[in-house]
Write a protein that binds this ligand. Structure first.
Ligand SMILES: [Zn+2]
Length: 105
């Protein structure tokens, strides 16, 4: 395998993160009650289901930091959420590592 620079490895990592945030199949997870979450199919951690209100709810969630842990827990419980959250995290880590490698060089 030919050696590739850290800049090259950062590109797919960024795509993985973007995929998980906007495309990966999972539940909507917008809050619908005290401790209820929407279970409609949705794509991506940041986007809600077909209900426009839920997209708005998730944007509000992203802005309100205190809700992050609750939302993260809900996303993590959803069917595709675990894999997507993990890949997003792994992608961020490898993108960060590539950036650091670039910076150190
Ligand atoms: Zn929804």
């Amino acid at each position: 395998m030919p050696s590739v620079g850290p800049g090259v490895t950062a590109v797919p990592s960024v795509f993985v993160v973007l995929y998980c945030l906007f495309q990966a199949p999972m539940w909507c997870c917008a809050p619908t009650g005290a401790s209820q979450f929407c279970r409609n199919n949705a794509n991506g951690i940041l986007l809600g289901c077909h209900l426009r209100q839920h997209k708005f709810e998730k944007l509000k969630l992203a802005v309100r930091q205190r809700a992050w842990r609750k939302a993260a827990a809900a996303v993590f419980k959803s069917v595709g959420g675990q894999a997507a959250t993990f890949s997003a995290f792994a992608g961020m880590v490898s993108a960060g590592a590539a950036t650091v490698t670039l910076a150190v060089k």
